[in-house]
Design a binder for this molecule. Structure first.
Ligand SMILES: [Zn+2]
Length: 368
């Protein structure tokens, strides 16, 4: 049955050419299931529902194309973890058996992702449901917090050049600008960049990717990648491009939803909470450090959550020096989390079948 459903889907997704010899994903409840999402899926508002519908149409009509990609380490020997994301998009997540890096494969092409970010991303993920003004204010507060965190950990010279890739409204750059730093940001989200320029008064917010920062002819003291690296299509190409626009002693701050921390601490052991089609990669500290070192960076500080600082290094790790036992470590963590979550999953399913899920949920919330 799964094969038939997948075959139907294949005909409807342009660019897909994968081997579908009946293999099931490691997490069985997250098989494609014809796009039907599981219990505990995120609740989204009207704008988000419309955007999700639009994206699904664009996938079916071929406006958004998919492609197969090999792992950063060059291997294609993968194990499929899951096939669907929390919005019901086809999102096959594979872990490389050689280096342990997790990636979406197949996934949308870079050109399709750029259109997706420009037109639907923020709406589909529910960020527009409360209105752009409210979201902007929320981001202003987040930006202040991030600024305080970064200046506490990093000693920046006066008038330091600060780059942010995926800067959204530019709100996290605003406190840096107010403190006298020279700030530049880029993002593919047209509406938010335009709104941010108007509201923050920052002139150097550009619509696009790293190439826009290259055009400034500036060299960064610090580059901020806050929940952005997991969206990159070409890890090596983009990280090396970033390295070239950094000063020799430059730093890069990277925060991503670290697989080995996030699932347990944020998602209540349900891996589904981590699954969204915009994430082309998922990292552990081990796989992130491997990727960064191969691109000419050295780890200064990092944890599994992933909050990390790297500096420009003169040494490039050879790709064949893969992290030791990373695949086994990540797979065993994922299996442990699934064992922890499954009783809850079956309980929710039972309550749904009995039609009393909402009632129990309300009772539970009142009790809390
Ligand atoms: Zn690999």
């Amino acid at each position: 049955m799964i094969l038939i459903l997948k075959s139907k889907l294949m005909k409807n997704i342009k660019g897909i050419n994968i081997n579908l010899v009946g293999c099931k994903p490691m997490i069985r409840r997250l098989a494609w299931n014809d796009g039907k999402i599981q219990p505990r899926t995120l609740k989204v508002g009207h704008k988000a529902r419309e955007a999700i519908k639009k994206i699904k149409q664009k996938i079916v009509t071929g406006e958004y194309e998919f492609e197969n990609v090999s792992c950063f380490c060059g291997s294609c020997d993968d194990m499929v973890i899951s096939e669907i994301d929390r919005y019901g998009f086809y999102y096959p997540l594979a872990i490389c058996k050689r280096c342990g890096l997790i990636r979406a494969n197949p996934r949308m092409t870079k050109a399709s992702y750029i259109k997706f970010y420009a037109e639907e991303y923020r709406n589909a993920y529910g960020e527009s449901d409360s209105g752009v003004a409210k979201l902007f204010e929320y981001r202003i507060n987040q930006g202040k917090q991030r600024y305080n965190y970064l200046v506490k950990h990093v000693d920046l010279p006066a008038k330091a050049v600060v780059f942010e890739v995926g800067c959204d409204f530019g709100t996290a750059l605003l406190p840096f600008a107010e403190a006298g730093y020279d700030v530049y940001g880029c993002d593919y989200g047209v509406e938010h960049i335009e709104y941010g320029r108007k509201k923050t008064g920052l002139k150097n917010l550009f619509i696009g990717g790293v190439e826009k920062l290259i055009e400034t002819n500036k060299k960064a003291d610090i580059v901020v990648l806050h929940h952005v690296l997991e969206h990159f299509c070409d890890l090596e190409g983009e990280l090396i491009a970033i390295r070239k626009i950094m000063k020799p002693r430059g730093l890069i701050y990277i925060a991503v939803p670290g697989t080995l921390w996030w699932i347990n601490n944020i998602c209540g052991a349900d891996i589904m909470g981590l699954l969204q089609n915009a994430h082309t990669y998922q990292f552990s500290l081990g796989s992130l450090t491997y990727v960064m070192e191969c691109c000419g960076f050295k780890l200064i500080h990092g944890n599994e959550k992933i909050d990390s600082f790297f500096k420009v290094d003169n040494v490039f790790r050879k790709k064949q020096l893969i992290p030791d036992m990373e695949f086994q470590r990540v797979v065993s963590y994922l299996k442990r989390m699934e064992r922890k979550y499954l009783p809850k999953y079956y309980l929710i399913k039972c309550l749904e079948i009995l039609g009393i899920k909402k009632m129990i949920k309300n009772m539970w919330q009142k009790r809390c």
